[in-house]
Design a protein around this ligand. Sequence first.
Ligand code: BGC
Length: 459
Amino acid sequence: MALISGAGIPEQEISADYPGRGFPPGFLWGVATAAHQVEGGNGNNQWSAWESAGRIKTGEPAGAGCDWWGNAERDFDIAQQMGLNALRLSVEWSRIEPEPGRWNKTALGRYREMLDGLLRRGLKPIVTLHHFTHPQWFEKEGAFLGRGAAKRFESFVRRVVSELGDLCNQWVTINEPNVFASLGYVLGEFPPGSKGEVASALRVIHGMARCHAHAYRAIHEIQTESQVGWAHNYVVFEPASSGSSLDRWSAKLLGRLFNESFLNIVESGRPPFPINLLNGNLSEVRGTCDFVGLNVYSRFHVEFSPRHASQLFNNVYVPDHVPQGDSAVDKPYGEAFPAAITAAVERTARLGKPIYILENGVPDREDRIRPWLIVNAVQELHRLIREGNDIRGYFHWTLTDNFEWSEGWQLRFGLLALDRTTQTRTMRESGRLYSAIAKSNGLTPEIAVRFPVSIPGGA
Ligand code: BGC
């Protein structure tokens, strides 16, 4: 037995003899979702316009989602029965402020009902204020490239926190600025669908950083005891050949652009060189986080390639032999790589703030590999906590299969399978495993025997 005490975590005993056993008391075992992916009936944001324009690869819109607007409580009941103690969800800006400055009381009332429902079931809510979607009117103003973006976002955030603040005190301002910017402005997979516009993508990140800082200060003004952060997607970029200095340079460049840009701005008020040449003064963003939220999924291999000029000469790919879930519509989704949690935690521990894994999961309709991913993620977390890292929670993405953005409904990330026609849920084996872990606050030898996992091969 080893005694550990991480910053802020009460001293406790953690069994040294079994990897994954015994987490700090009060550790959050949750699931994560986002409004547009689960609510159903969202027709006033830039994603619904994108769907109507036929831009989803399977042709399927979000549609009725998982019917959360009508009955999120069905999933809250399941989360409670599974023994979870937290749930991350987002609020939909286009419902709350359908036109600039016009507030929809009914929508705010429904979110109050949801948060209250979570608390009554013993589930701590963490609320994301922007998870990829915003009103079409904001998109028309140029979204995060628009001059008035920070004011617009701040005013929305003030309203939400004033109306819901008695039911929630932990806020994620923005989900994955790096994913939003790269998929929307470099890879063309998210609205507005631009390709190869690396400078615009960086400007979007800077615009989002300003919005985040405004929101951070506004929330603290309204709710002094609040915890405010953002959700950072962290990817491991592996040089295709470690012997090639060009591949190493490519992997480093991508890491700098993708993993470091927003992070550096929060740490120091400056983006990393040479990105700071675009916009040097972001000092208002420095220090604006009370916790680090990490969304961690994958590792990608990177090779220097003269044929990929629009991606800064980087060919990013997934080798066939690595563990993978299901393939996306026209390419692999990514390597399932639990060790990315360690890389992300080791990098962000430097900020000296509590860390939450706010998303981790794999698309896996048949549940071939998800149990393996969960067991390995829990073991990584357990080791990292024993080493003294202040990790306070793990949120699996996601509870119920939901709308997976440009991939439509093809990719199934749920611990529960969803039949979209009947809205029937069926618990996958990984759901039973995760429930057992949450109920035991760790991975016991008994759970390991009950849920044997095999080491997965490639796709
Ligand atoms: C996003 C989710 C998405 C998940 C799986 C994350 O980057 O925040 O909205 O569904 O990845 O791809």
